[in-house]
Structure formats: C-alpha cells, structure tokens
Design a protein around this ligand. Structure first.
Ligand code: HEM
Length: 468
C-alpha cells in the first residue's frame, strides 16, 4: 500500500511538473535567437535595411508579439491593436534603442526623460500644443506657405517647369516650426546653413545605424562634428534671442515655457534642439509624402480640390473652420501618415515584471511598438501599399480597432505635437492643392528609406499648373 501510494504521488508530481514546464514553454515569446553573442541580431537588422524592415519580417514570421536581441539586450516587439491598448498607460521609454540619436538631441532631452521628471516636462511643454495654442499658429502657417507658393509662382514665370518638392517642403516645415514654437522670424541664409549642417549630420547618423561609421580622427568624422556644432549653435542663437525678450503670458510659445521651466542651460538647449528637429524633419516628410501621393493620384487630388473650394474662397487664408469642414482633407492626411509609415516605431519599458498579450515580460525589457507593421497590416488595411484615403471615411473607420492606426504613438507618451503637425499639414496641403494642379516629373524612381522617420531616397521633382 505504501509503495502504491508513493507511485501515485510520484505520478501526480510528474504530471504537475510537466504542466508547469509546458505552460512556461508555451508562454515563451516566439522570436529570434541571437546570431552572435555580443551583437545579438544587430547584423540581421543591418541586412534587413532598417529596424522597420526587420520588424516587418520578424512579425511576418512569428506573429503579433515577438522578440529579438539588440546586442546583449533582449527586446520584445508588439504589433497588434490589442497589445498597443494594454500599453496605453505606460510612460517610460527605454533609452537604449534611441542612444544613437543622443549626440544630436543631448542626454537631457525629453526623449530620454522618464518617470516624474518626464511627466513634469510633458505637463508644462504640452501647454504649447493645446487646441487653443495651436489655433494662434494658424496665421503663421498660412504666411509661410504663401511665401513658398509666391516663390514657386516666380519660378514658373521665369520658365522653370520642374520644382524640387523635398527642398521646398523642408524649408516650409523648418520656417513654420521656428516661427510658431520659437517666435523666430528667419534669416534665409541662416536657415539654409542650418539645413545643410543638419542634412550632413542626419545622413551620417542614419548610415551609422546600418553599421557605416566614419573612422575616428578622420576628416569625415571632423566634418561631421563641425556640422553638428553648426546645427546646435544655430538653435542656441534662436534661444538666446528669445531669452532677451520679455514675453507676456498670453503671447507665450513653446520656447517661453521651455526657458521658464528648464532647470539648467543644458536641458534648455537639449529640449530646444529636440523640438526643432522633432518639429521640422517629421513634418517636412509628412508634407513631402502627402504632395507626392496627390501628385501621383489625380482623381484624389481633384476630389480634394473640389472640397477645398467648397469650404474656402480662392484667396482666403486656410482657417480652422475650413480645416474642420474638409473631411476628405483629413482622410488624405491620415492615409499619408499610414501609407508612408512616417514614424515606424516607438518603445516603452517598465521597471516591474508585467504580462503583455498573456506573456510574462521581465521588468526593464524594452518593448518596441511596431507602429509601421500595424499601419500596413492587411487585416485592417487591405492592399496596404495602395494610397486610398477612403480607408479613413467615417464608415470605414468603424470597421477596425482605433489602435490599429497609431501614427503618433500610443497612450501617455504619444507625440506631443500630433495636433500641431496635422494642422500644419492641413494648411500646407489645402493651400497647395487650391492653387496648383500638381504632377510628377516622368521617369523618377522614388524609394522609401525607413530610418527614425521615413523619407524618400532622392529629391522628388514635381510639375505645377495654376488652377483657375
Ligand atoms: C509630422 C508628424 C509627426 C509624427 C508622425 C511624429 C511621431 C512621433 C512618434 C511616433 C513619437 C513617439 C511617441 C511614443 O513614444 O509613443 C513622437 C515623439 C515625439 N515627437 Fe513627434 N511626430 C511628428 C511631429 C512632431 C512635431 C511637429 C514635433 C515638435 C514640434 C514633435 C516632437 C516630438 C517629441 C518632443 C517627442 C518625444 C515626446 C516624449 O518623449 O514625451 N513631433 N513623435
């Protein structure tokens, strides 16, 4: 009897052990083993071309939650609307994935400020992006796009038939960002100098993501440092001009809040650079892709033109009321953000262990939000590479979860400037489409480069005809 009991207890224990073991195994997140001990999957990432393309492959193979190794750090990546929703209340961002960006925006940047200090910054800075605050910027957006369009008209009068879309949109976005958020009325030569320095540094930074770094001490490295210093000195100059002024509270802009709130000069400069860079590079590419898609889709462009004329006189400024009445304009903007995968990823982490999608995640594990994978998920966006603003018609929106479309990130740490960027895009696109019939110069091969922001591989040349 004693032996029999021992046998039964043994069987029972084996059963329990098996159950525990299986549950643990089942609960292991499917993903890649490290290809090398120190580099993890960084070489695989380089071969894929970008983190976005790597994530597309990884989620395609392993599903909505997967893992890989960023060097010696295990990283989890999610792409489903349900899991994005589970992450909505998480604030902290893992600095490791954005470290390469640090020489440009600085270690004190909001990008790396977590916990209470990050939340306090957001509470203050976000006041400059409220609905009321951005309404004040509308006149300035109109003024800057009118200046760019006047320049284009003069070029047309001089017989120019092909226009550089990326250059014009980058200038618009930078001037608009500096004027609205920094109260800086630009000196064109300084703007061009900043753009040149910035482009040199940004291209090298993106190349370093693919493993191409200049030799330490080389001329190339020295030129890069000079470009970086030039770009930062420009922003420093913009801040110093504003520091000398006395601004009344009702006239305060982002820069005034920043000057008042910053604990020290380093934080002030780092966050100023963060908002100049965050503000112009993203928006410039938002507009570039928007105009590019419209130039290649005349039916969409014509429908948008009709809508704009219906809600706005020929020479009137683009107003808040026009923007809110132009439903199709918003559809075009949303489809631009989706189709271009403008900002392909974000990330979070927590100090404590959590369950995500039913899987246990150890504390301090970086969790990538594969926003771009979700934006091209055929389950919610059939034929994902096709530009089709009707996906965002009021009826079609109802047929998918809200969190399937998260171009500005998820939850508490969503991009602070989402309303600002959408308003800027609405003004620029509406003004351009009202005035011009836009086309693409034949024979161009435009490819998307997915860095931290998705941009075209080369300049895009467009044609313009006056609309009557
Ligand atoms: C044009 C379209 C833009 C897109 C698609 C975009 C997208 C994003 C995304 C995905 C994030 C990460 C959010 C997250 O972690 O969940 C982010 C953060 C951020 N964006 Fe944007 N952004 C845009 C425009 C702008 C503009 C115009 C500015 C500034 C004027 C800006 C400033 C920032 C800043 C400062 C952060 C970091 C916020 C924090 O750390 O709390 N962005 N953006």
């Amino acid at each position: 009897m004693h032996l029999y009991l021992q046998f039964i207890v043994g069987l029972f224990l084996a059963y329990i052990m098996k159950k525990i073991f299986l549950t643990k195994k089942e609960k292991e997140i499917p993903g890649m083993e490290p290809s090398s001990k120190d580099m993890g999957n960084l070489e695989d990432l380089g071969q894929a071309g970008s983190l976005h393309q790597f994530l597309v492959r990884l989620h395609g193979k392993y599903g909505k939650i997967t893992s890989f190794w960023f060097g010696t750090q295990k990283v989890v990546s999610i792409s489903s609307p349900e899991m994005f929703k589970e992450q909505q209340s998480v604030f902290d961002r893992p600095p490791i994935l954005f470290k390469f960006f640090e020489p440009l925006i600085g270690p004190n940047s909001l990008q790396y400020t977590n916990k209470d200090a990050g939340k306090a910054k957001r509470r203050e800075y976000d006041r400059s992006m409220s609905h009321k605050a951005i309404t004040r910027y509308l006149g300035e957006f109109n003024a800057v796009i009118n200046e760019i369009m006047d320049m284009l008209c003069k070029d047309m009068e001089r017989g120019v038939t092909e226009h550089a879309l990326c250059t014009h949109m980058a200038t618009f976005a930078l001037k608009a960002d500096l004027m609205t958020l920094f109260g800086y009325v630009s000196d064109d030569s300084k703007i061009t100098e900043f753009q040149n320095n910035y482009n040199i540094y940004w291209s090298a930074m993106e190349a370093s993501l693919g493993g191409k770094c200049p030799e330490p001490g080389s001329k190339e490295e020295e030129d890069l440092q000079t470009a970086l210093k030039g770009a930062k000195d420009f922003v420093k100059g913009v801040v110093e001009i504003r520091q000398k002024l006395e601004i009344r509270e009702e006239n305060e802009r982002f820069i005034d809040i920043l000057i008042r709130h910053s604990a020290d000069e380093e934080t002030l400069l780092d966050d100023a650079v963060t908002y100049v860079v965050g503000g112009f590079h993203t928006t410039a590419n938002y507009l570039i892709w928007g105009i590019y898609f419209l130039a290649g889709n005349s039916a969409v462009q014509d429908r948008l033109h009709v809508e704009i004329l219906e809600h706005c006189e020929k020479d009137e400024s683009i107003s808040m009321s026009t923007i809110s009445k132009c439903v199709y304009l918003k559809q075009v903007s949303d489809e631009t953000l989706r189709c271009s995968v403008l900002a392909p990823f974000a990330a979070r982490y927590l100090d404590e262990d959590i369950l995500l999608g039913g899987y246990p995640i150890p504390g301090r594990t970086p969790i990538v939000h594969a926003l771009g994978v979700s934006l091209h998920n055929p389950e919610y966006f059939p034929e994902p590479s096709k530009f089709d603003p009707d996906r965002f018609s009021p009826e079609n929106i109802k047929n998918r979860p809200k969190t399937a479309f998260q171009p500005f990130g998820v939850g508490k740490r969503i991009c602070p400037a989402n309303r600002f960027a959408n308003m800027e895009a609405a003004v620029c696109i509406a003004a351009m489409v009202r005035k011009f019939e836009i086309g693409l110069v034949d024979g161009q091969k435009i490819e998307a480069v997915h860095g931290l922001v998705t941009h075209p591989s080369t300049e895009i040349m467009i044609t313009l005809k006056h609309r009557h």
